[in-house]
Ligand binder design. Structure first.
Ligand code: F0G
Length: 469
C-alpha cells in the first residue's frame, strides 16, 4: 500500500427485511368475510371472480393495473391539472416526462393501453395481416383479431415451460421470427415485443434479444413496436441479470430499450403508477397522422386523448417514480418474497419470479384435472373461498377459445397473483402465503369447472361457470 493512503472498506450492512420505501399516508379499510359468505358470493357471481363486489375481496390480486397507490407528489401534481381542451400545460409536462425516457417523434395520449392498441391495429391490421409478438396480452390479441388480422406468439420455448430457469423467458424466438418473415413478410405490418411478457409469467426480455429482433426487423424493413407497460421492471431485470448493466442507471437502460424501437403502446396503469392512462408513441409521420385522426374520433383531442389534465400530471410524476431504484429494488424483492415462500412450501410456481406477479402453475397443482376442467379457474375460486384472495386465471379460459370459436388447449394454465404497486404490506403477503399453502394442502378435494355461458371474445371477463360435482 502507498504510504499515507489508508484503505477503509466500508460496506453497507445487508438486511434481510424488505423495507417498503414509503410511509402510509392515507388508509383504505378492508372488510373481512366468513367462508360461508364467500361461498355464497362466489356462487352468485357464477364462479367468475370479475363479477364479485370488490368489498367482498380481502386481498385483491386480480391485477396490478390501475390499482397502485399514488405518491404524495402525484396527489400534489393533480392540483396542477389544467383542463384546457387544447394545449394545456399539463399536456406539455406529460409530453416532456414521457419524451425524456421514450423519445419517439409523436406521442398520442389515450385513456388506457387497449385504446392505443385499438388505434394502432385499426390502422395497420386487417384481414390477411399477421402480427408477431413474444406473447400477445389478451386485449392486444383481441384488438388484432377484431380487425381480421392474425396474432402470433413467438416466445422462446423456455418461455412456455413454467419450471425453466432461463433469466429472460420473455425473449422472442428470433429464428421463428425470421422464418415467419421469410414466408410472410408482405403480411407483417410491424413486430411487437411485450416487456415484461405478462401472459408468459411477467418474464423479462433482454437487451441482447431486443437487439437481435431489431436486426431482423431491419433486414426485412419492419418497424419494431414495444408493448411497454412494465418497462421499468423489465429494465431492473436487465440491470440485475444481464451482463454489463449492473452499473447502468435504470433510466439509461430504458432509453436504450426505446432506442431499439420505432414506437410503443403503453398502459400507464402499470409501471407509470397511474390509476388510468396510456399512450401510443411512434416515429413514422404518415402512420402518426392516421393514428392521430382516429384517436380524435375515439379518444379526444391529441393533447389530452381521453384523459383529464390532472391524470396527465399524475403520470408525468409517476413515470419517473417508476424508475427510482429503491422503489424497483423493493418492488422486485417483495414479489420474489411471495414466490420464494410458495416455492419453499412445495407449491408449483413459474420460475424465475416475474416482476409484477407470482404465477401459480394450476395444471401442475391440480394435476388430477384436465385442461378442459379449467384448473386455473378452479384454483382461483378455491383461493377466494379459502381466504378472500382474488387472483386471475391466465390459461384455458383466457386463451383457449380461438377467433374461429373453436376451443384449443392453451399452452399453460396459470393463476396470477398480481401485486398492486405500493399497496399491500409484507403481512398482507404473509397472509396470502398462508391462504395459498392451505389450498395446496387440500388440492385433491378441488373439483374442475365447466363453462355455462360465454361471449365470443375475451370470455374470461364475463363467462359464467359451475363446479363439476
Ligand atoms: N399490454 C399488456 C402487456 C397488459 O398487461 C395490458 C393490461 C394491456 C396491454 C392493456 O392495457 O388495461 O390499460 O387497456 N393488463 C392488465 C392486467 C389489465 O391485468 O394484466 P389496459
Amino acid at each position: 500500500m502507498l504510504p499515507g493512503i489508508v484503505l477503509t472498506l466500508v460496506s453497507e450492512p445487508s438486511f434481510k427485511t424488505i423495507i417498503e420505501p414509503f410511509r402510509i399516508h392515507s388508509v383504505e379499510p378492508m372488510r373481512m368475510t366468513t367462508r360461508a359468505e364467500r361461498e355464497e358470493k362466489l356462487a352468485k357471481a357464477a364462479y367468475n371472480l370479475f363479477a364479485l363486489h370488490s368489498d367482498d375481496v380481502l386481498i385483491d390480486l386480480l391485477t396490478d393495473s390501475g390499482t397502485g397507490a399514488m405518491s404524495t407528489e402525484q396527489w400534489a401534481a393533480l392540483q396542477r391539472g389544467n383542463e384546457a381542451y387544447a394545449g394545456a400545460p399539463s399536456w406539455f409536462r406529460f409530453r416532456d416526462a414521457v419524451h425524456d425516457l421514450f423519445p419517439f417523434t409523436h406521442l398520442l395520449p389515450t385513456h388506457q393501453g387497449r385504446a392505443a392498441e385499438k388505434i394502432l391495429f385499426t390502422v395497420v391490421g386487417g384481414p390477411g395481416q399477421v402480427i408477431p409478438n413474444n406473447t400477445h396480452f389478451d386485449t392486444t390479441r383481441a384488438n388484432i383479431e377484431f380487425t381480421g388480422a392474425e396474432a402470433v406468439d413467438l416466445v422462446i420455448p423456455e418461455g412456455k415451460e413454467p419450471a425453466s430457469r432461463h433469466p429472460f423467458k420473455g425473449n422472442m424466438d428470433v429464428a421463428a421470427l425470421r422464418s415467419l418473415l421469410e414466408t410472410r413478410s408482405a403480411d407483417v405490418p410491424l413486430v411487437l415485443m411485450t416487456i415484461t411478457n405478462n401472459s408468459g409469467g411477467g418474464q423479462p426480455v433482454s437487451l441482447a434479444n431486443l437487439r437481435e429482433v431489431r436486426a431482423v426487423c431491419e433486414e426485412f424493413g419492419k418497424p419494431l413496436f414495444l408493448d411497454a407497460c412494465r418497462f421499468a421492471e423489465n429494465a431492473w431485470f436487465i440491470k440485475t441479470r444481464e451482463e454489463g448493466y449492473a452499473d447502468t442507471p435504470v433510466a439509461d437502460i430504458v432509453r436504450e430499450i426505446a432506442a431499439l424501437a420505432d414506437g410503443m403502446t403503453m398502459s400507464a396503469k402499470k409501471d407509470p403508477l397511474g390509476n388510468i392512462g396510456g399512450w401510443l408513441a411512434l416515429n413514422d409521420d404518415e402512420l402518426a397522422v392516421q393514428c392521430r385522426n382516429l384517436g380524435i374520433l375515439t379518444e379526444g383531442f391529441p393533447t389530452y386523448g381521453g384523459l383529464a389534465g390532472r391524470d396527465l400530471e399524475a403520470l408525468a410524476v409517476g413515470v419517473h417514480e417508476a424508475i427510482d431504484e429503491d422503489y424497483l429494488r423493493y418492488r422486485i424483492q417483495s414479489t420474489s418474497y411471495l414466490g420464494e415462500a410458495l416455492e419453499a412450501a412445495g407449491v408449483p410456481v413459474v420460475v424465475p419470479f416475474g416482476g409484477h406477479a407470482i404465477f401459480l402453475d394450476a395444471r401442475a397443482l391440480l394435476s388430477h384435472l384436465g385442461p378442459l376442467d379449467y384448473p386455473g379457474q378452479a384454483l382461483a375460486c378455491a383461493l377466494y373461498v379459502e381466504g378472500g384472495v382474488r387472483s386471475c386465471e391466465i390459461g384455458q379460459v383466457m386463451f383457449g377459445l380461438g377467433a374461429d370459436g373453436v376451443e384449443r388447449e392453451a399452452p399453460m394454465d396459470l393463476v396470477r397473483l398480481a401485486i398492486p404497486r405500493r399497496t399491500y404490506t409484507q403481512s398482507h403477503i404473509d397472509y396470502v402465503i398462508e391462504v395459498v399453502t392451505r389450498v395446496h394442502a387440500r388440492r385433491d378435494s378441488i373439483s374442475g369447472m365447466t363453462i355455462t355461458s360465454q361471449p365470443p371474445q375475451l370470455r374470461h371477463f364475463t363467462a359464467t361457470f359451475a363446479p363439476i360435482s
